[in-house]
Design a protein around this ligand. Structure first.
Ligand code: 3YE
Length: 192
């Protein structure tokens, strides 16, 4: 999120961060955004009677800011149809999907003994980490890596990939060809 805010401070980037939201008070990103003069909101899960009420409240907060794109980055909640219906949502995941979906991707990859893992940015659908893949970058597992060390290198890659992907999506648009996402110069219509 901070990397996106930084990128968007350049008018040439082509996208503006219109708001930043979190599901818990005290999330570091809320302060980062507020300090940058960006409107913030918080929709705590525990403040609502059930998952559907929370999703509806989150959808209303998002709608108030009229974003073209919603970016989930470090947001650890499953989004329901109330949010997904009216929004294009993308998510960052710290593995090469479809390998190692879910909340413990870095730990799971290490436990499996893979030599290469990485990061994925994908469209969010009603499954968890199942939506069409926008971009992926590989990261090698090094001897002696623990979860924190590997996750640190993945996060560095994720930041660059996210800034680049949001720039391409918002400047150049995209085309969905089955499950394949084509952005910018790669768009399928230009390849045919
Ligand atoms: N929602 C949908 N599709 C997606 N959210 C994320 C990705 C993604 C999405 O592809 N529809 C772990 C979720 C996994 C989990 O079970 N979270 C619980 C809360 C856990 C807790 O804080 O106690 C929940 O209520 O959702 C973003 C990453 C989701 C990670």
């Amino acid at each position: 999120m901070a990397a996106l805010v930084e990128a968007a401070s350049d008018p040439g980037y082509g996208a503006e961060v219109v708001a930043v939201g979190a599901d818990r008070e005290g999330a570091a990103g809320l302060k980062t955004a507020a300090d940058a003069g960006i409107p913030v909101f918080c929709t705590p899960f525990s403040a609502y009677p059930d998952r559907s009420a929370w999703n509806s409240a989150l959808a209303a907060e998002i709608a108030a800011h009229r974003p073209d794109l919603v970016v989930s980055a470090g947001f650890m909640r499953i989004l329901g149809p109330e949010v997904l219906a009216g929004n294009t949502v993308i998510n960052l995941h710290p593995a090469l999907l479809p390998a190692f979906p879910g909340a413990h991707a870095v730990r799971d990859a290490l436990a499996h003994g893979v030599k290469v893992t990485g990061a994925t940015v994908h469209f969010v659908d009603e499954g968890v980490d199942t939506g069409p893949i926008i971009d992926q970058v590989a990261v090698r597992v090094e001897p002696g890596d623990d979860e924190a060390a590997l996750h640190g290198r993945i996060k560095a890659v994720e930041q660059r990939m996210l800034v680049e992907a949001v720039g391409r999506l918002t400047r150049d648009g995209w085309r969905l060809d089955g499950r394949t996402v084509w952005t910018g110069k790669e768009r399928a219509e230009e390849n045919r």
